[in-house]
Design a protein around this ligand. Structure first.
Ligand code: AMP
Ligand code: MG
Length: 372
């Protein structure tokens, strides 16, 4: 039997068919609509704003698949993730969280004797990784970041202070109380080993300086597992993660609050792809008493709200935990030492001081534009 040899014309038709099919696929299969969904919720004691771009899968009927709740399903899952992170790991208020269990083991009551035996406490591998990263930044910042000041931050209790101030009676802690709380702090007194942490009796951890950044890391890990999510920008309080891209290819815009003009922006960051942004400011939780601003970022040396001359610090880098930890540490360190620390982590930084002067790393100049 003779084999039929394809003529040029056959090959032409065949090629055209393949090209047509390919074009159909690119415009038809690939062009499944991308939906934008924006939602505002609360989690971890703060406001969570999500803008997600989700490609709508088509089922065999050709209709958009609602199997997993579509776009709404994705943002609901992000909220679920944050609730779990808070309840199971980071909250010191929720009894069953890992952090609360660590603190409960170290907490031996009000009259803690310095001679008491330190407590060796088992930690999960996730907590060990988190604490390891924090301890590195605490070391590199000379102790400006110190998550062992739980007793001090509870003593100040900014939320209560704000309530009492509203009633015209601000109870600023006494100097002796602050000194006594400081005796139970000091990250260098903690030992981290494989699977355990050893805390001096009476010490309490407070992960408030890094929790929202860790949340951004977890959100990003989730988004990476969802190929249908093509882009997202999620803000957990002052920590933001940008991911993927917008359907029109334009950059993500992240506004930075003006530290002294409520409701106004200092400027906008324009970012493409994946970034983590954290802002620490003395305007977030504070009380004014006799002309003094008592805010929630403490100087671990004095035990009082940090007075480094800065009122706002924004960090942009490639890890949520790092961005959050560095923004708090730089706030305590002030402009000069803060910029050095940020640069040593390859992070971009924007600082505002009390007279409104801006300090920026070179890379920040390229992504920041001042004004509304
Ligand atoms: P942030 O808004 O990220 O700067 O974090 C501030 C929160 O971190 C406070 O509400 C305290 O719970 C905690 N904190 C305050 N000062 C420090 C500090 N110097 N080091 C570590 N945590 C701190
Ligand atoms: Mg922080």
């Amino acid at each position: 039997m003779k084999r039929k040899i394809r003529g040029r014309r056959d090959i032409g038709i065949w090629t055209a068919t393949v090209l047509l099919a390919l074009a159909f696929c690119l415009s038809g299969c690939g062009a499944a609509p991308v939906r934008q969904q924006t939602s505002v919720d609360t989690a971890m004691g703060t406001i969570v704003t999500q803008t997600l771009y989700v490609r709508q899968e088509r089922g065999h009927t050709g209709k958009e698949s609602e199997a997993e709740g579509g776009t709404e399903g994705e943002s609901a899952f992000v909220m679920e993730l944050l609730a779990q992170l808070e309840q199971q790991e980071l909250s010191w208020r929720i009894e069953d969280s890992e952090l609360a269990r660590i603190n409960a083991r170290a907490d031996t009551g009000a009259d803690v004797s310095m001679e008491e035996e330190p407590d060796v406490i088992p930690v999960s591998s996730s907590m060990q990784d988190i604490l390891g990263q924090i301890w590195q930044i605490s070391t590199d910042s000379g102790g400006a970041l110190d998550v062992t000041l739980g007793r001090l931050s509870r003593l100040w209790n900014l939320d209560e202070l704000a309530v009492s101030a509203g009633k015209g009676q601000t109870h600023i802690p006494a100097a002796e109380q602050i000194q006594s709380a400081l005796e139970d702090t000091g990250f260098e007194r903690v030992r981290l080993s494989e699977g355990t942490i050893t805390l001096p009796a009476g010490m309490q951890l407070d992960l408030g300086a890094v929790g929202k950044g860790i949340a951004c890391d977890r959100i990003s890990a989730y988004l990476h597992s969802r190929p249908q999510v093509t882009g997202a920008v999620v803000a957990v309080g002052g920590s933001v993660v940008t991911y993927g891209e917008k359907p029109d290819g334009s950059p993500w815009k992240v506004a930075i609050m003006h530290p002294r003009e409520e409701g106004n922006y200092l400027g906008i960051l324009s970012l493409t792809g994946e970034h983590y942004i954290s802002t620490s400011g003395d305007y977030e939780r504070y009380v004014m008493a006799e002309g003094v601003r008592y805010h929630h970022i403490f100087d671990p040396v004095t035990g009082y709200p940090a007075r480094s001359g800065l009122c706002s610090v924004t960090i942009v880098c490639d890890s949520g935990l790092q961005a959050d930890a560095l923004s708090t540490a730089c706030f305590v360190l002030g402009a000069e030492r803060g910029l050095d620390l940020a640069k040593s982590y390859g992070a971009e930084a924007l600082f505002v001081d009390e007279v409104g002067t801006l300090y920026m790393t070179e890379g920040m100049r390229e992504i920041f534009s001042a004004g509304q």
